[in-house]
Design a protein around this ligand. Structure first.
Ligand SMILES: NC(=O)c1ccc[n+]([C@@H]2O[C@H](COP(=O)([O-])OP(=O)(O)OC[C@H]3O[C@@H](n4cnc5c(N)ncnc54)[C@H](O)[C@@H]3O)[C@@H](O)[C@H]2O)c1
Length: 251
């Protein structure tokens, strides 16, 4: 469907879920792919399943740590010598009552879901300017919608949208596009393992769960948008946060 041959795509969160499916799809469409994740064994296992091709390069890194993010990007650039598409997909989720959320958990989620995008994109941007490449950041419907017990997750994902738009504005004249994607609930470990706090108000949660499309997306619904945005078909699309949520945000 697309032809990414000759292009290098860096995918974070590539050991599982949306990141993994994206890495597999880019590989199938001809790209060389850097699979980066905290779970190094996980990305190595994905690469084995894809046939251990020379177009695959696995890297372990921890998005919570600036030096680790920068080393990861530099290793990717050193290995393939260029970068065309950066997909910031790694992330964590979880629900807390605002009154009870420990500051350390707040900081951890903001560091992984938002601050890592600054570290990784800052390290990658010279290569993206050179290739006139593009960035795709994984936000969420939670970045546009107030969700009960999601103060931190919603704040982190709203930050991802702002970051994506600002990068688009700053680099449009240098040929780099930047977009965000806002999935609703997608069937992956992050969604299946999501916990609400004890004594959560069920009426609030039921209201959210009753929204159209909630939790019904497959990873392929999200990768379809990722591949389109990364491709030259989207050459004039930048600074946009796309809802891929089956109508969750339409109501
Ligand atoms: N699944 C959903 O319902 C949903 C909805 C909206 C947005 N998202 C977002 O999509 C992205 C991918 O989530 P997913 O659904 O594929 O979940 P997932 O749990 O299947 O995958 C997340 C990946 O990120 C990696 N990761 C977590 N912390 C890391 C760290 N500190 N450093 C490096 N890697 C780390 C994990 O190892 C894992 O491989 C996340 O940013 C998530 O917030 C998911």
């Amino acid at each position: 469907m697309y032809d990414f041959s000759g292009q290098v795509v860096l995918v974070t969160g590539a050991a599982s879920g949306i990141g993994r499916a994206s890495a597999e799809r880019f590989f199938a469409e001809g790209a060389s792919v850097v699979l980066a994740d905290r779970n190094l064994e996980g990305v190595q296992s994905v690469a084995r399943e894809l046939g251990q091709d020379e177009r695959l390069h696995c890297l372990g890194f921890d998005a919570i740590d600036r030096a680790s993010c920068i080393d990861m990007v530099n290793d990717a650039l050193g290995h393939f010598g260029r970068l065309d598409v950066l997909c910031n997909i790694a992330g964590i989720a979880g629900g807390w009552r605002l009154e009870d959320m420990p500051p350390a958990d707040w900081q951890r989620m903001i560091d992984i879901n938002l601050n890592s995008l600054f570290h990784i994109t800052q390290a990658a941007i010279p290569a993206l300017v050179e290739s006139r490449g593009n960035v795709i950041n994984m936000s969420s419907a939670s970045g546009k919608q107030g969700q009960p017990y999601g103060t931190c997750y919603c704040a982190s994902k709203a930050g991802v949208i702002g970051f994506s738009k600002a990068v688009a504005a700053e680099f449009a004249s240098r040929g780099v596009r930047s977009n965000a994607i806002c999935p609703g609930g997608v069937k992956t470990p992050i969604y299946d393992n999501y916990t609400f706090p004890e004594n959560a108000e069920m009426a609030l949660i039921d209201r959210m769960r009753s929204l159209p499309g909630f939790g019904e997306a497959e990873v392929s619904d999200i990768t379809a948008m990722i591949l389109f945005l990364a491709s030259s078909e989207a050459r004039f699309v930048t600074g946009v946060a796309f809802d891929v949520d089956g109508g969750q945000l339409a109501l």
